[in-house]
Design a protein around this ligand. Sequence first.
Ligand code: 5RP
Length: 226
Amino acid sequence: MNQDQLKQAVAQAAVDYILPRLERNTIVGVGTGSTANYFIDSLAEHKGLFDGAVASSEASAERLRQHGIPVYDLNAVDRLAVYVDGADESNAQLHLIKGGGAALTREKIVAACSDEFVCIADQSKWVETLGKFPLPVEVIPMARAHVARELVKLGGDPVHRQGCTTDNGNQILDVFGMQIHDAIALETAINQIVGVVANGLFALRAADVLLLGTSTGVQTLRAMQA
Ligand code: 5RP
């Protein structure tokens, strides 16, 4: 199977995973990216079984609406039972790097409001040590240079993602050269930099389950202790 087929397989596996929990009043948290898009397309086949969705980006909201799935403002709903989203990297603790699609802040917010975070990824995203994928950091535009200088002090090599404005009107720094051995500590340290809106480490709120698409099938993984 190629990468796209693996993404489709994990998207379908995520629908199968959440299907028994869908009730008429269920609102599903939906992520962003190509794997999440496959999930939206598969979820749409069951749209009569649940109420609607909260989306982590304008793009996903639009795709959901095109399928006739109602999209709710997060402020209008209580907690979400489940959030399904892709990732750029995952380690064995299910600490993630996300934000390749620049939606990291809203993804983090939706994940924080969800009882269960189901991550869906093809095997290329599985890593021993996080950091080969450049870590996205969303910044308030006027703080970009300041945040970049602080990220250098943390050992990174930040690069402004050209031509990218987030759904929140902010900018992205992609931080290269990080070998992330303590994701919780680094996530916390970056959060302390004035001007940072959010960073793409999902360790303080890691995934609960990873559905990993491999050439031998979809594996269901739960976090291993450090
Ligand atoms: C978007 C994300 C995506 O989940 C991540 O980039 C993975 O994308 P894809 O499913 O297209 O490989 O974090 O901000």
